[in-house]
Write a protein that binds this ligand. Structure first.
Ligand SMILES: *[C@@H]1O[C@H](CO)[C@@H](O)[C@H](O)[C@H]1NC(C)=O
Ligand SMILES: *[C@@H]1O[C@H](CO)[C@@H](O)[C@H](O)[C@H]1NC(C)=O
Ligand SMILES: *[C@@H]1O[C@H](CO)[C@@H](O)[C@H](O)[C@H]1NC(C)=O
Ligand SMILES: *[C@@H]1O[C@H](CO)[C@@H](O)[C@H](O)[C@H]1NC(C)=O
Ligand SMILES: *[C@@H]1O[C@H](CO)[C@@H](O)[C@H](O)[C@H]1NC(C)=O
Ligand SMILES: *[C@@H]1O[C@H](CO)[C@@H](O)[C@H](O)[C@H]1NC(C)=O
Ligand SMILES: *[C@@H]1O[C@H](CO)[C@@H](O)[C@H](O)[C@H]1NC(C)=O
Length: 487
């Protein structure tokens, strides 16, 4: 019905208001209103630590430390650098190690199959025992391996499970399979959904010939205080570059008993990597999803970074209240497949004729406020969830805002209904009014009733190119215009 408008903005201007043609509210549903939407963002310049890989490793005094003294020089242990080592990292360079169990497999298999690409993604799901002989292992799933026995290792965390030992060793058992051309070992759980193209985009930013440990914290501060802020949480998944994996594998079994008291495999891995002297590199697209209840607010305010993973997909509430958890994820993935880089990316726009503010979290949800709302407020996550362990309102490792008691400060919520191509590199996402959303407002002012007449938004956009994320390393901020919006 309308052409897609694309404008390039002066990056020095963080936003710009553009007027709408005036329309009668009765026509709102049908009339196409165009506005230019400014995607503006603040990118955080990551600080990269460069450290030397020398023989001098500082060690605590302990009975097994002799195993650590003979570190070989970095250049001796890493992959033989072959001609293709300088080619861009792609999906074939990643070896997945999925922490599974024979018990949980049947219930979680379909979540893995949401992202697993048979004959494209490489790796295995690691089980504690063989599945029953009469069970035909599906071709659409990763092949399984049965983990080696770990009974010789100590485990002393009274509230944990010995299975942590088995899961810690997945990286070692994966490495020892000796598959060709592996640059990264990526660990995840069987209730983790990876967004594979974005994972590749993120890992390709780093030199796989250096030692990297990449992932992110838990969202719940209480978890980080217990399990460490330096841990890349295993459910959100983490990536270990080949040279770091080589070193980790060498010390891992000796290391395990030193950290017998640690609860989880991810903590044990972190502790052993700390002995090598490599810090975590945090990438905000990995999501442990250590929240209870409805993760809506978390996803609707995704940080400016490619969406890499979502964990606990089987325990948090469904992302779309009218769909099952699995169907809801499929809908998010349907948008993701069209434009991986833009998925969950946040954009705001204003209609100064009506004094409306609109916030789009691409591929998932849209908020309409019949007032002018600051970007700062729109970028802040609504507290639709509680902390993981103690079920409290806070604290989290990112900023949150409570749902306002004043109904007339709440947004009107729309959720993704469909996504389609409308031209080369151009998508149209449709967001429909969502009545059963946790943020639902019952405000009855005139401003709200006019806005409540809008049943659907059509958002058209050009697909984002992965190259945009390279700017994260070199610039502090950028602004660009990529969307047109139809109400
Ligand atoms: C919105 O998009 C749908 C297709 O998904 C189309 O049928 C409808 O006409 C569009 N509405 C407007 C107002 O452009
Ligand atoms: C690297 O490759 C060369 C020949 O291709 C081989 O002789 C050498 O042993 C390899 N080094 C390592 C550390 O694998
Ligand atoms: C990935 O890169 C390698 C070079 O390292 C190349 O041989 C291979 O064809 C690429 N695979 C894909 C799926 O792009
Ligand atoms: C994977 O490849 C094998 C052999 O190349 C083939 O037999 C099998 O059907 C493929 N599986 C899928 C799910 O494409
Ligand atoms: C497999 O065998 C067990 C008994 O050994 C039976 O309970 C189960 O239903 C069988 N499963 C299938 C898929 O045939
Ligand atoms: C395991 O724990 C037992 C009992 O606490 C202890 O005697 C033993 O030395 C420990 N083994 C290792 C390898 O640390
Ligand atoms: C929009 O807000 C401005 C300033 O807050 C006000 O002057 C103007 O009258 C408002 N316009 C409408 C249509 O409400």
């Amino acid at each position: 019905m309308s052409s897609v408008r694309e404008t390039t903005h002066d990056p020095s201007k963080s936003w710009r208001f553009l007027g709408f043609p005036t329309i009668k509210s009765s026509d709102i549903f049908n009339v196409v209103v165009k506005t230019t939407l400014v995607v503006f963002t603040v990118l955080y310049v990551s600080v990269f630590f460069y450290y030397s890989f020398s023989n001098q490793v500082q060690l605590p005094s302990c009975p097994h430390c002799d195993r650590l003294f003979s570190h070989r020089k970095f250049s001796d242990i890493h992959n033989n650098i072959s001609a293709d080592s300088h080619e861009k990292t792609n999906i074939s360079h990643i070896m997945f190690g999925i922490a599974g169990s024979a018990k949980t497999w049947y219930g979680r298999r379909s979540f893995i199959e949401l992202w697993w690409k048979p004959n494209v993604t490489r790796g295995f799901v690691w089980l504690d025992e063989k599945p029953p002989a009469n069970y035909t292992w599906p071709e659409t799933s990763p092949a399984y391996k049965v983990s080696a026995d770990t009974s010789r290792f100590n485990y002393t965390c009274w509230y944990g499970s010995r299975s942590a030992l088995r899961l810690t060793r997945i990286v070692k058992e994966s490495f020892e399979l000796g598959l060709d051309n592996v640059r990264w070992f990526v660990m995840g759980d069987d209730d983790t959904v990876f967004f594979v193209e974005n994972l590749v985009t993120v890992l390709a930013k780093y030199d796989h010939n250096q030692m990297y440990y990449i992932g992110d914290d838990s969202e719940s501060v209480e978890q980080d205080m217990i399990h460490s802020y330096n841990t890349a949480y295993g459910g959100g998944g983490f990536a270990i570059s080949y040279p770091l994996a080589a070193e980790l594998v060498r010390i891992l079994d000796g290391c395990l008993d030193r950290y017998a008291s640690l609860y989880g495999s991810d903590q044990k891995i972190q502790a052993c990597i700390a002995e090598i002297g490599v810090p975590i590199t945090k990438e905000p697209g990995f999501h442990q999803v250590d929240v209870k209840g409805n993760p809506y607010g978390l996803l609707a305010a995704h940080p400016l970074a490619p969406l890499v993973s979502l964990h606990h997909v089987n325990s948090v509430e469904s992302l779309f209240p009218s769909l099952t958890r699995l169907e809801a994820l499929k809908r998010l993935v349907s948008a993701y497949k069209m434009d991986p880089d833009r998925t969950l990316q946040h954009s705001f726009c204003y209609d100064l004729n009506r004094n409306w503010s609109v916030s789009v979290s691409w591929g998932y949800t849209l908020h309409l406020y019949p007032s002018l709302v600051t970007a700062k407020r729109m970028e802040t996550a609504y507290l639709t969830f509680k902390t993981w362990k103690t079920y409290k309102d806070e604290p989290f490792t990112f900023n949150t805002q409570p749902l306002s008691q004043d109904q007339c400060e709440r947004p009107i919520v729309y959720l993704l209904d469909r996504v389609e191509w409308v031209g080369k590199d151009k998508t149209l996402t449709t967001y429909k009014r969502q009545w059963r959303n946790v943020l639902e407002t019952t405000c009855e002012t005139d401003d709200y009733s006019a806005a409540l007449d809008v049943q659907q938004f059509n958002v058209s956009s050009t697909t984002l190119k992965s190259d945009i994320w390279k700017m994260v390393r070199t610039t502090i901020s950028f602004s660009t215009t990529l969307l047109s919006l139809y109400a």
